[in-house]
Structure formats: C-alpha cells, structure tokens
Design a protein around this ligand. Structure first.
Ligand code: NAP
Length: 305
C-alpha cells in the first residue's frame, strides 16, 4: 500500500517506521523540513504540508490507498481544535475524492467518554464530552462516520488513551518534576497506552478488510491514579506525592473522567499490545533512572485521557 501520514509527530513517525518495516511505501508530512533526515533514515519519504491547506494536499506525491491523520492541536485551545481536527478533516475528506482510498485512520481520544462512575466503557458507550474541545473531537468523528455512511469512505477512528513512551508520560513527568499530586483518595481510574502500541494499531487497521468505525486504543490495565504515583515512588525510592482535592469538572481541557476503557474490539482484529500494562512500558525508563542515566527530554503533547 502507498500510505500518507499527515502529522509525523510522536505517534505518526512511529507508525510510519512500522509501516515501512512491514513493506509499505510511506509519505510522511511535517509542517517544516527540520525532521526530514530523521524521517528519511526510517525509510519514509518526507514532505512539507499543512492539512488545513488544500493546495498542500494537492501537491503530495500520490496516489494514496491509505491515509493516517495523526495531527494534533499542539496543545492549543478550541480554535486550534476546530481548525486542525474539524476543518482539517473536512479539507482532507474533500481532497480524498481524488484518491483510490482503501483506508483512512484518524486518532481521536478516549477523553470523549465523560463517564465519572469508574465503569467499563466500550465503543457502544455514550460519548458525550462536556467541554468545547471534546465536542470538537466528537464532531470530527461524526464527520468521518457520516462520510462512511454517505460516501463509503473507509474510515476508522482510533480513540486513544493517554500516550506514554520514550521521553513522554504526562503523570510520570509530573512525578519526576515533584509536581504530581494524588487526586482525592487516588481511586479515580486513568487509562494509558504506549506509543508503539498506538502505532501498531494504526498499522493493523490499514487492513481494508476490517470493519470501518470506532476502535478504542488502550492497554489492558486501567489503573487508579494514586496507584500509579505510589508505584512510581516505590520504584524510584522517592516520597509518595501528597494528596490534593480532585480537579473540579471543567478545569481541564479534556475533562476529568473516571472510567475503564475496554480494548476488546481492537484486540478482536488480532492487534495485541507489546505493552499490555503500563508497568511493562515504563520499566526501561525506571531502570534508566535507577542506573543514573540521563532522563530523555520531555516531549510535548501528553495528556491524561
Ligand atoms: N498525546 C496524548 O496523550 C494523546 C491522547 C489521545 C489522543 N491523542 C491524539 O493522537 C494523535 C497523535 O498525537 P501525538 O502525541 O503524536 O501528537 P504530536 O506529537 O503533537 O504530533 C502531531 C504532529 O502533527 C503536526 N501538525 C499539527 N498541525 C498540523 C497541520 N495543520 N498540518 C500538518 N501537520 C500538523 C505537528 O507538526 P509540528 O511538529 O509542526 O507541530 C506534529 O508533528 C493526535 O491526533 C492526538 O490528538 C493524543
């Protein structure tokens, strides 16, 4: 397959690397040429482009059978969400009419599930985010679901949990900086997934024989927020962070939820995470710190989903 990756950031670049390793031909789009050498070294063909600009899409060296959209709002607010996710997807969908498309994949977020009762949620659970940014993610999903219904656009939506991996991990980095607090009694569930497993899910979903629609992308072990911090403290012989009141609803961009996200539908495609538990995924980083090795530079973009 010739695959286009829009937004070669933390996840998109790894997805590109895995696709090339699996024998696909991959064009990777960045907003600047700064990372061209890195992408070339992984076998990707780098191109500069902005998905909100139709003329940039027209210039790309297609035709493409697979398109993966992993652009992010770069920590922006509602205006950036609207421009990059909603309007960007609209622009891409329009341009895709000219492509021999077999599969389109878009990375949404498990933050669209606003449940606060600690229940298990799957793709059929209500997804009604309270905040404006969450609603924009849902609107983007709906745009793709409508395009699938009305024009048979073979779109899959990956609802991704809090991403961690080399150099990135929202709560862990707060812990290392001495800024983490246990929320309330620490029992609120959070959900994580390793970057490499998000990438392998995107690769798996390029198979056009799999059903279009929504798939959750999360590891096997939702965990209480306090348990993670107590584990980090114990693993690194550091003090357990203090407790603080739960953040008030509406104080975080992606909301404050309490739910356990199921990956059963994604697993049923044959995908299996290399890091089924965050304990596996953080092992190398913890061991590096214990061995006194330098901590990788923080990567932007992490959220608690
Ligand atoms: N991080 C998390 O914990 C998390 C959780 C749930 C879902 N997600 C979703 O997962 C996806 C991948 O996240 P990530 O962490 O890999 O993001 P990331 O590291 O921030 O990478 C996103 C990439 O998109 C590029 N980009 C932004 N706007 C663009 C535009 N208009 N045109 C073309 N490229 C553009 C950025 O380019 P520049 O380098 O030029 O800025 C960046 O390289 C995103 O859709 C994100 O919303 C993330």
């Amino acid at each position: 397959m010739r695959v286009l990756i829009l937004g070669c950031g933390y996840v998109g670049t790894e997805a590109g690397r895995q696709l090339v390793a699996a024998g696909h031909s991959v064009v990777g789009v960045c907003r600047s040429a700064e990372r061209f050498e890195e992408l070339k070294s992984m076998g990707l063909q780098p191109e500069v482009g902005d998905l909100t600009r139709r003329e940039d899409l027209e210039r790309l060296p297609g035709p493409f059978e697979g398109v993966i959209n992993t652009v992010s709002s770069s920590k922006g607010g509602a205006a950036e969400y609207r421009s990059v996710y909603l309007e960007g997807t609209r622009t891409v969908l329009d341009w895709l009419r000219s492509q021999p498309l077999k599969r389109y994949a878009y990375t949404s977020s498990t933050s669209v599930y606003a449940q606060t009762d600690g229940s298990w949620v799957d793709e059929s659970s209500p997804a009604t985010p309270a905040g404006e940014t969450g609603s924009l993610l849902r609107d983007t999903e709906d745009l793709l679901l409508d395009a699938n219904r009305e024009r048979s656009v073979p779109a899959v939506i990956l609802r991704v949990a809090g991403i961690y991996g080399p150099g990135r991990g929202f709560l862990f980095q707060k812990f290392l900086a001495g800024e983490a607090t246990i929320s309330g009694d620490g029992s609120r569930f959070i959900n994580m997934v390793h970057r490499d497993d998000v990438a392998s899910a995107l690769v798996r979903l390029m198979d056009p024989t799999l059903a279009a629609g929504i798939y959750n992308c999360v590891d096997d072990e939702p965990l209480p927020q306090g348990e993670f911090l107590r584990w980090a403290a114990q693993s690194l012989d550091r003090p357990v962070p203090p407790s603080a009141p739960e953040p008030a609803p509406g104080t975080r961009k992606r909301g404050v939820s309490h739910k356990r996200v199921s990956n059963a539908r994604l697993r049923a495609t044959g995908w299996a995470p290399a890091y089924p538990s965050w304990r596996d995924g953080y092992r190398a980083w913890v061991e590096a710190i214990r061995a006194g090795q330098p901590i990788p530079a923080a990567q932007l973009g992490a959220t608690e989903a």
